[in-house]
Ligand binder design. Structure first.
Ligand SMILES: Cc1cc2nc3c(=O)[nH]c(=O)nc-3n(C[C@H](O)[C@H](O)[C@H](O)COP(=O)(O)OP(=O)(O)OC[C@H]3O[C@@H](n4cnc5c(N)ncnc54)[C@H](O)[C@@H]3O)c2cc1C
Length: 426
């Protein structure tokens, strides 16, 4: 487990992980652990009190349009920033930053338990953009972009293309250097919340020589620049969570390149590694929290005496619990520095399968009529409109690495099974 630098350190003190000699006397380890626990308990009760007064109410029904949804997301994010709960994973010099992973877990648990809106609009900004800038950005880039995130500037991620998803390194969007600018031409797709984004984390190809990873460069693009066209993708359940982005001779200053030209693949690894585990824990907890809706449907629809339904409900909720436990254990292993290859894939796969089965049970219990009663809710996975939730659950079998890719990682890297022969076809 992480050990705090000082037994009396506040919750947001830096955490020292790993097998280090402890500068503590007899019983010091125990006292430090007690103190850490007390800090977490205090954080939990403070946050609960704050949420009791400030958590948005009735937000699912309130946002009738996507624009209203985006506005409510902005307002909730800024409220969390002001209260010091929006960026617990940022360094301590930022408001509410410098918290241990254990403290971050407490915050996400409480946000989920209070059924607050998930921070979809600001997710790429506070995780992907922030980590990229902090780990790989220059001082001027950090000074320009990081504070702006906390005042509401939002980012999207322009990595995937029509021919480059799981095999991201195949991307073709081209950037040619002309003086102090890159001129970018191409297309991106599935870019979450790009219709509201001010900036974009953009992967482009600056060279086709050598291995495909070597010709990739990482740019920070202004979404309002001439030549950028954003087209929201209308999803089957009524949401417009992501977009296509078309780039026609867009000029991006060389000053907005992160890392060297051709070193974008390594920078992208920092972007993608920025969030590991907390989201899946939060989402698993939110799914468990939504279990009461299925229970209410069972009662309301007169199914409480249906042994088959009750059996399936019990089985599903047990598996939801198991998914939460897997996510918990993954985070605990991460905190202890003993995360193993493939652990993240197990959690991701467990969540994506579970979400589908959970929403399918809701659909079965609620019947087709439910979709006409419950409103469409934007940016939410457990809306109570079971038809919409079921259809949307497929997105999670793809986002963040598809189920098949996760199974490949588990089989080949975790279980040591033979790699699939190249060029194999059924
Ligand atoms: C909700 C959501 C949000 C997203 N947000 C963003 C975003 O903000 N920015 C962004 O850049 N992208 C985003 N994406 C895109 C996402 O990263 C890609 O959809 C994902 O990488 C898969 O790529 P693809 O859609 O091109 O499918 P493909 O990679 O073409 O896969 C097609 C099928 O082939 C299978 N497959 C592919 N490779 C293998 C393999 N090696 N072994 C076995 N099977 C394989 C897949 O499992 C899948 O069934 C988002 C996607 C979703 C669903």
């Amino acid at each position: 487990m992480p050990v705090r630098a000082s037994a009396s350190a506040p919750d947001n003190a830096p955490v020292i992980t790993g097998a280090m000699p402890l500068p503590l006397g007899r019983g010091g380890r125990h006292e430090a652990a007690m103190s850490a626990d007390q800090n977490l308990t205090r954080l939990r009760s403070d946050l609960r009190a704050w949420l009791a007064a400030n958590a948005p109410q009735g937000w699912r029904a309130a946002a009738q349009s996507h624009a209203e949804f985006a506005a409510s997301q902005r307002a909730w994010f800024l409220a969390l920033v002001a209260a010091g709960y929006a960026i617990p994973h940022w360094p301590a010099k930022w408001p509410g930053g410098g918290r241990s992973l254990a403290a971050q877990k407490v915050i996400y648990e409480e946000l989920a338990a209070a059924d607050t809106p998930r921070l979809l609009l600001s997710f790429v900004s506070t995780y992907h953009a922030a980590a990229t800038l902090m780990e790989c950005g220059g001082a001027a880039q950090q000074a320009r972009y990081l504070p702006a995130i906390l005042t509401g500037e939002t980012w999207c991620q322009g990595f995937s293309e029509p021919g480059a998803g799981s095999d991201l390194a195949s991307l073709k969007c081209r950037a040619v250097r002309e003086g102090d600018h890159y001129i970018v031409t191409g297309q991106k797709v599935w870019s979450t919340m790009a219709q509201y984004a001010d900036k974009c984390l953009l992967l482009v190809r600056t060279s086709s020589d050598g291995v495909k990873q070597a010709g990739i460069t990482f740019l920070l693009m202004d979404m309002k620049a001439p030549g950028v066209t954003v087209r929201p993708i209308h999803q089957i359940q009524g949401d417009e969570e992501f977009c296509e982005i078309f780039l026609d001779d867009v000029a991006v200053p060389v000053a907005d390149r992160i890392g060297e030209e051709g070193a974008g693949w390594a920078v992208a690894q920092a972007t993608l590694a920025s969030e590991r585990g907390l989201t899946l824990m939060e989402l698993s907890y939110r799914m468990r929290g939504a279990g009461h809706r299925i229970a209410a449907l069972i009662r309301d629809n007169g199914l409480a005496g249906d042994a088959g339904i009750i059996r399936d409900f019990g089985a599903i909720m047990t598996r939801v619990d198991a998914t939460c436990a897997l996510a918990d254990r993954f985070l605990e292993n991460r905190m202890a520095g003993i995360e193993a290859v493939g652990d993240a894939s197990l959690v991701k796969l467990s969540y994506s399968r579970m979400l589908r089965d959970f929403s399918l049970l809701g659909l079965r219990v609620g019947g087709m009529g439910e979709q006409y009663r419950a409103p469409i809710v934007f940016g939410d996975l457990n809306t109570g409109n079971w038809m919409a939730d079921f259809m949307n659950s497929y997105a999670w079998t793809i986002a963040g690495g598809s189920d098949e890719v996760q199974r490949g990682i588990i089989a080949e890297r975790m279980l040591g099974m033979p790699r699939e022969p190249k060029g194999w076809a059924a």
